[in-house]
Design a protein around this ligand. Structure first.
Ligand SMILES: [Zn+2]
Length: 374
């Protein structure tokens, strides 16, 4: 059992996490983390490939074993900013009452180190198949350098994948994810002197305000999904006007919509247009499509039974936000999210994990990998 490893070895891995946390891979520069990973893999003689679109933002894929059956485990090397008022330096790993604190320990550098512990424990196993562990770039912004690039270049093949980037304290297997749609809205009016609106008033800020009020209690049409939270809609940016004595001609806003399987971008857009009425323009800025995997997949049952042996009883559920799972599912690779951080700590100040979870996760995943290839 990995969780029974020596105190010295545990300290070694925690120092490895500290080193990785200190590498400021804030939405770029993942090569800083990749270098630490490559050194570690070299030191334990595990082979890997490196693929990149931009040298500073590489993807590392460690490989153990060979054979037809392929299992992919995924984590990412980038983190969000360390902004906000922290009790600790976000880029110096701190320990307090069994907790490890630092930017990225939950999302996703702690799970990343767990996967390195796993690799270390599996390096001399002889299983019939290929285990791939992907350390990806560019996950947080779902940009072009990470999994998107690897899938487009046909560099990823697997029968099943687990993305170690979801919360749930070992008790949630994420089998579906909501999609995310960003819509730009423009309310159009007429530019006039603000002293003469009684003569010629057509204020787009007022129009946007009433649109916001209408949407605040509106539920988008959808079929309820077994695992996903109903769609949500949030105004995330608003901008209008430029002077104290001028009513502007336009007011612009951005709405972020989290939507479920069976809703389409076109349908959502036409619903919004109906509510807004005349003198509004809508533009889709970007979107990701919701995803779900077949809940009866045999590897999901296997993951549940392995987790049960380790004292957990994970439920199948959906993720309100999104991970790399989506991209894999849309590329035809069944992928679920399963990991240990607590809900609501990612991207927060004083981001933390339980230290022992690093070892429990590696232990559990080791059993899963061995059973998967049996
Ligand atoms: Zn993440």
């Amino acid at each position: 059992m990995i969780s029974n490893i020596t105190k010295e070895k545990k300290e070694f891995y925690i120092n490895l996490l500290a080193e990785i946390v200190s590498k400021k891979s804030v939405l770029k520069d993942e090569y800083l983390v990749a270098d630490v990973i490559k050194d570690f893999l070299n030191s334990i003689n595990v082979s890997y490939d490196v693929h990149f679109l931009d040298e500073q933002r590489p993807n590392v894929i460690a490989k153990i074993g060979s054979g037809k059956k392929k299992l992919l485990l995924v984590c990412h090397m980038d983190v969000v900013e360390g902004s906000g008022v922290w009790e600790f330096d976000p880029f110096v790993l701190s320990e307090q009452n069994g907790k490890l604190i630092g930017r990225g320990v939950a999302d996703n550098k702690g799970p990343l180190v767990s996967l390195l512990i796993l690799i270390d424990s599996l390096k001399s196993e002889n299983f019939d198949g290929e285990l791939q562990i992907l350390f990806a770039s560019d996950e947080e912004k779902s940009g072009p350098n990470g999994l998107k690039y690897l899938l487009r270049e046909d560099l990823i093949h697997a029968d099943f994948a687990i993305v170690a980037d979801t919360p749930g304290e070992f008790n949630k297997i994420m089998v579906a994810e909501r999609g995310s749609l960003n819509v730009g809205v423009i309310a159009k009016g007429k530019q006039v002197h603000s002293a003469y609106t009684h003569l010629d008033g057509d204020n787009p800020i007022d129009k946007m305000a009433s649109f916001i009020v209408k949407l605040s209690s509106y539920e988008l049409n959808h079929d309820p999904h077994k695992y996903l939270t109903p769609p949500s809609l949030s105004f995330v940016k608003i901008n209008g006007g430029f002077a104290n004595n001028v009513v502007p001609s336009v007011c612009e806003a951005t709405i972020n919509i989290r939507y479920v399987v069976n809703q389409s971008v076109d349908e959502i857009l036409s619903e919004l247009k109906d509510i807004a009425g005349d003198n509004f323009e809508f533009r889709v800025k970007s979107y990701t499509v919701p995803s779900e995997v077949n809940e009866d997949h045999e590897s999901i049952s296997l993951l549940r039974s392995v987790a049960q042996k380790h004292g957990f009883n994970p439920i199948l559920t959906g993720l309100d936000s999104g991970t790399d799972c989506k991209k894999l599912v849309h590329a035809g690779i069944p992928a679920v999210g399963y990991c240990f951080p607590k809900e609501g700590v990612a991207h927060q100040v004083n981001e933390w994990i339980w230290e022992e979870d690093l070892f429990i996760y590696a232990d559990l995943m080791k059993d899963f990998v061995i059973e998967f290839f049996k």
